[in-house]
Design a protein around this ligand. Structure first.
Ligand code: GLV
Ligand code: GLV
Length: 329
């Protein structure tokens, strides 16, 4: 019997052929349409495999419904490196495998983190709005002065795959790079990436730019809150391309209003897609719609990787990107 496969959103074309080769694919083909939770809950049960996105809430209730249906759900393949949208504990308890797409998006995400950093420091979006508004009347000695990126100190919170590549980008700008992580890197890796370990508070006090590259976990919820923001320099910028709730967004608004920090570059939000409304009015904040991994090549790779995990499971091979390998013993 061919397996039933659900693809919850319109994804890059390369994702479909491998799935169609092994099974019957039911897919939401309407670009930009995210099924509300109730609809997902109605459509999900009765599939062997679900290809999902980070905007799908794959919680215990959903997984239990899928585990008690026929066919029983075997795996959810998330087309994202982050999988905080999935209750992995519940999946593991129910014997449902979960996979993600690590590695293929690290360079692309690091590029955008760096772009956001430069954009906010050099006021690029603000200056561009000025030009489009017809306000450019000639070169000015004071016009849109910002902060230097080169030779500044960059503090990375999280030095996993993405954080390390941001460090590589930073070395071209001759930045001094500090990092904080719960895992201290081996000395050889610190040397390779020119990274200096610092406790979080020290990193916050010393950095001109703080860029976040941690997963979202209970332990990283509001990792950057009022206290942490108060430690940053008034000239420093906060960059986030990881997950919104790592920052207490209301505390960030207060810190920006009080000029405790100079600005922020955000690709992700605490209550996505909602954004604290004050942020939308601030010129020293650059706001992007969660696009850090959005290059054509990378999104194709992520899509193919998610499909390949499903194909591997179906063919009795070990899916290469399992986040709960214990389900397969
Ligand atoms: C995007 O945010 C991802 O986790 O891949
Ligand atoms: C994600 O890929 C990370 O480890 O930073």
């Amino acid at each position: 019997e061919r397996p039933k496969i659900l693809v919850t959103q319109r994804v890059p074309d390369v994702a479909y052929p491998p799935l169609e080769t092994i099974g019957e694919v039911e897919a939401n083909m309407e670009e930009g349409l995210i099924w509300p939770y109730e609809e997902l809950l109605r459509r999900g049960p009765g599939h062997d495999y679900i290809f999902c996105l980070l905007t799908d809430q794959i919680d215990a209730r959903f997984l239990e419904a899928c585990a008690s249906a026929t066919p029983r759900l075997k795996m959810v393949a998330n087309m994202a490196v982050g999988y905080n949208n999935i209750d992995v504990e519940a999946a593991t308890r129910l014997g449902i495998a979960v996979s993600n797409t690590p590695g293929v998006l690290s360079d692309t995400t690091a590029d955008l983190a760096f772009g956001l950093l430069i954009a906010v420091a050099r006021r690029i979006p603000e200056a561009e709005r000025f030009v489009r508004a017809g306000k450019f009347k000639g070169w000015g000695p004071l016009l849109f002065c910002g902060a230097d990126v080169h030779h500044a100190t960059l503090g990375l919170i999280g030095a996993g795959r993405i954080g390390k590549i941001v460090a590589k980008r930073a070395s071209g700008f001759e930045m001094r790079v500090l990092y904080y992580d719960v895992y201290r890197l081996p000395p050889e890796e610190e040397a390779t990436y020119h990274l200096t370990y610092a406790p979080l508070d020290e990193l916050l006090r010393e950095s001109d730019f703080v860029s976040i590259h941690t997963p979202y976990l209970p332990s990283t919820h509001h990792l950057i809150g009022e206290r942490e923001l108060s430690l940053m320099k008034p000239t420093a910028y906060l960059i986030n391309t990881s997950r919104g709730p790592v920052i207490d967004e209301k505390a960030l608004v207060r810190a920006l209003q009080a000029k405790q920090i100079a600005g922020a570059g955000l690709d992700v939000y605490e209550h996505e897609p909602a954004i604290e409304p004050e942020l939308l009015t601030m010129d020293n904040v650059v706001l992007l719609p969660h696009i850090a991994s959005a290059s054509y090549a990378t999104r194709n790779q992520m899509a193919l990787m998610a499909s390949n995990n499903i194909v591997a499971y179906h063919e009795g091979r070990r899916p290469p990107n399992l986040v709960n390998p214990e389900v397969l013993g």
